[in-house]
Design a binder for this molecule. Sequence first.
Ligand SMILES: [Zn+2]
Length: 338
Amino acid sequence: MKVNLSRRKFIKAGAALLFLPKSEPVLSVITVNGKMPSTSMGTTLIHEHFLVDFIGADKIDYNRWNRDEVSKKVLPYLLEAKKYGVETILDCTPAFLGRDVVLQKRLADESGLHILTNTGYYGAVENKYLPQWAFSETQEQIAKRWINEFENGIENTKIKPGFIKISVDAGHLSELHKKIVNAAALTHLQTGLTICSHTGIAIPAFEEIEILQKMKVDPSAFVWTHAQAEQDKTLHVKAAALGAWISLDGIGGGDYEEYAGSINNLKSAGLLNKVLISHDAGWYKPGEKDGGSFRGFTNIFTGLIPLLKKKGFTENNIKQLLVKNPAEAFAIRIKRYN
Ligand SMILES: [Zn+2]
């Protein structure tokens, strides 16, 4: 009797298993050391820079800096961030502004941090950082170059981008910048990489979202970078409600109240799950003595978090901002808009 019951129970349990929802697939991110589960990112800074060279696309050259010297300067700041629990950093320096994936991999290996690099072009500052072909090629040709970096690696390395970084000027989008946004959309649809766009105020942000939707890319594949430049906080809420990520990423300029207010505003609207925070700090400057002044990556922990806690943010809220949201935002996944 007992045996029969157990057997019956066993069959029942088996039948129940058949009707369990399929488990969520494990999503990945791509670091300079390859693929890893997005759940391994831990505390993540989504917008920082190790090196930026403002010399311009026509003059930039890897010989303008020495990797030993840069590494010596930057590594202590990475180790300092690590002490605060940081495990992953996205280096947002685009190609032609000093993206150096060999340096990034070296810093990842020396620090033990996960580091993500990017593909894409930077259109802001009136196209000073665009390579010549970006002006003449079609959006398809440009996208093909970025997809090639994703599929085959960046500049004869095996290192692949973990996100797309583009940039537009702060007014209405020029035809050239529309083309760059379109190229990012095409690249997303092929690769599932998330699009971070240096944008600032809301005018170009909503134009970018509209282009992506026309291209059948969901706004949740779009990070509105430097959204803190928009003073009308209702527009943050509006974009987040469409699914876009609101990147408040210049934390540390002594304006903690302003940032905390913007984050709290999105929290009140039930949209804390769409907020990304970072410092936009660093960076080694080739051409300056010892790379010039360098801002570290810790103000979120020393300045912002204590203030958020005073405003009633829980440990879970903080974890949402620094762990859950980055993993959700940068997991490789094609997000179609219908
Ligand atoms: Zn930046």
